[in-house]
Design a protein around this ligand. Structure first.
Ligand code: NA7
Length: 551
């Protein structure tokens, strides 16, 4: 444990919180402006999500060549991705390479957590404190804290009583853990559980997967990348980046490795024979190929039946197949998972599925897990139980804006901000890929670069214009929040039967609100650019901030 000893105040131009992709690029750009910046990072190295989530099978669901920085042409040319969909170790190596190549480490303080950020009205500065007793003073703060960075551990009775090893996928130890021949429990079947299942199954003596909700998961198209593949991409990076920036989700579709633009064909008009034909040809892929699946519940139900058919084909035991089939929530409500051999794993002798709907947990005990039907004994329990998404990491920091208002309280009924970038009452506090921006509905690297570039331009503008503060007007904030909600209406994301982390539904007591912006990466970028071009329309700059005080 870090012992906090109160230290002298240190002044900076900008304090950046987090040294994942967002914090790294932000630091690089701030240096470009000649600003003195410091990055505070809880981990002992860079990489953010790709530093923490080192569970077996962790892999990005966006193609590697697209999930990469575009800001430096030489970086693009010198880095060689080995697989179509990069694994955690490779992305972590990439983030380390970026940190070294741009000499970023000297301004990053590792193994340090920001505990509070308080706006001082008199000095127009933020005071940022850390768990090491640091007092950092700066006019600007950038929260590069990530969208899925506040791990959730469930509240099951007796969890501390377990005598074996308990481990969370999002806090997997750096030194690894030897699961060879072990009796392993895996709780949770979201992306982390689904990705780790096949890998753990390969080494464990026995793997028992505890499932509360079956998952829609689609087979990955992963494969090694050849020299030819890379040469082709490297020759076309400029077009690829341009396409990404204008696209719906920040993906240009290199190698057809991911969905690019929304489909236009409809499922409902197809006859049963035609549907069967598509299903036979494309398997799981057929349930993502039609536009009306996303908006028409009747089409969605048909697609679910098609999905169930493929599961029955893949999983040999009919009872296990039944349990693994999602039945009571629509396709497209939760983030689609991309897997490698998930369903196939349940055909192995050493893998068992426990359906928590049939037999809920009673408690974790000394030797394992007791459900209403059985006692299961284990050497290791793996919790793949998700995150307090989008607002979790921000709410863990005691952030106080004008008049001591707490961000957590302002957001008690759901996050409120303008463009996902800034909240009224919290001047000079920027959030990279905050709620209200495309963020988790997009290729994060594309969205991160867009936000960092926008913030950099904004700071340069303020300096040239002689502005000291910037924050959104309450009117602009209200309008944006309404717009974010309005565009999500009628989609499967907000269907009454949908309970996803996008809605905060996985966190007990968290208010139900759809947090990311679904309007599309291209349209969102255009909106942000227009706002900047109009002298930061909707924002109150410098002296004009007094008008905001009346809110
Ligand atoms: P997710 O997608 O939130 O999945 C968490 C899983 O853990 C999910 O299956 C949950 O079931 C399950 N869970 C959570 N709490 C419990 C308890 N108490 N008992 C049993 N099961 C539980 O997190 P991931 O880490 O897999 O993925 C997050 C994102 O990271 C992913 O979408 C990608 O974008 C990358 P539930 O569905 O709530 O019934």
């Amino acid at each position: 444990m870090t012992v906090a000893v109160e230290k002298e105040r240190e002044t900076f131009d900008v304090v950046v919180v987090g040294a994942g992709a967002a914090g790294l690029y932000m630091l690089h750009k701030l240096r470009g402006l000649g600003m003195r910046a410091v990055v505070i990072e809880a981990g002992d190295n860079v990489g953010g999500t790709w530093y923490w989530n080192r569970y077996p099978g962790a892999r990005c669901d966006v193609t590697s060549v697209e999930y990469s920085f575009s800001f430096d042409k030489e970086l693009e040319q010198e880095w060689n991705w080995s697989e179509l969909m990069a694994s955690q170790p490779e992305i972590e190596r990439y983030m380390n390479h970026v940190a070294d190549r741009f000499d970023l480490r000297r301004d990053i303080r590792f193994e340090t957590r920001v505990t509070s950020a308080t706006w001082a009205e008199g000095s127009r500065r933020w005071l940022v404190t850390t768990d090491r007793g640091e007092n950092l003073v700066a006019p600007q703060v950038v929260m590069a804290t990530g969208c899925l960075s506040s791990p959730l551990k469930p509240d099951i009775d007796g969890m501390d009583a377990f005598n074996g090893t308990s481990i969370q996928t999002s806090l997997w130890p750096k030194e690894g853990i030897d699961l060879t021949g072990k009796r392993v429990a895996l709780i949770g079947t979201g992306s982390s559980g689904v990705q780790s299942t096949p890998e753990i199954a390969k080494i464990a003596g026995h793997l028992t997967v505890f499932q509360r909700t079956p998952t829609y998961t689609w087979p990955s198209m992963n494969r090694p990348l050849t020299e030819e593949d890379l040469a082709k991409v490297k020759a076309n990076y400029e077009t690829l980046r341009e396409t990404q920036r204008k696209s719906r989700v920040g993906i240009a579709g290199s190698f057809n490795g991911a969905l690019i633009e929304p489909p236009t064909a409809k499922l409902l008009p197809l006859s049963p024979e035609e549907r069967q034909e598509v299903l036979d040809k494309y398997g799981f892929g057929a349930t993502r190929m039609f536009a009306d699946i996303a908006t028409d519940m009747e089409a969605n139900i048909l697609a679910r039946e098609m999905y169930a058919q493929v599961v029955r084909k893949m999983v040999h035991d009919p009872e296990t197949a039944r349990k693994l089939t999602p039945i009571d929530y629509p396709i497209g409500c939760k983030r689609g998972v991309v897997d490698q051999d998930y369903f196939e794993s349940f055909n192995r002798e050493n893998v068992t599925l426990v359906d928590l709907r049939d037999e809920p947990f009673v408690a974790v005990n000394e030797t394992g897990i007791k459900t209403t039907k059985s006692q299961y004994d284990f050497d290791v329990i793996v919790y793949a139980t998700g995150f307090d998404a989008m607002t979790g990491a921000l709410n863990k920091i005691d952030i106080r804006g004008r008049g001591g208002e707490k961000l957590k309280e302002k957001w008690a009924d759901g996050p409120r901000n303008y463009l996902g970038l800034m909240a009224t009452g919290f001047p000079n506090l920027f959030t990279i890929t905050g709620p209200g921006s495309p963020s988790v509905l997009s290729n994060m690297l594309v969205s991160i670069e867009q936000h960092v570039d926008w913030i950099t331009d904004c700071l340069a503008f303020m300096r040239a214009d002689g502005d000291e503060t910037i924050e959104p007007s309450l009117e602009a904030e209200d309008r944006w929040v309404d717009h974010v909600n309005q565009v999500a209406e009628g989609t499967m994301y907000v269907a009454p039967s949908c309970n996803s982390w996008y809605l905060g539904a996985n966190v007990p007591g968290k208010v139900r609100q759809f947090m990311p912006y679904i309007g599309g990466v291209g349209a969102y970028r255009q909106k942000c650019d227009e706002v900047a071009a109009k002298g930061y329309e909707g924002f109150v700059l410098g002296k004009a901030r007094e008008a905001v005080g009346a809110r």
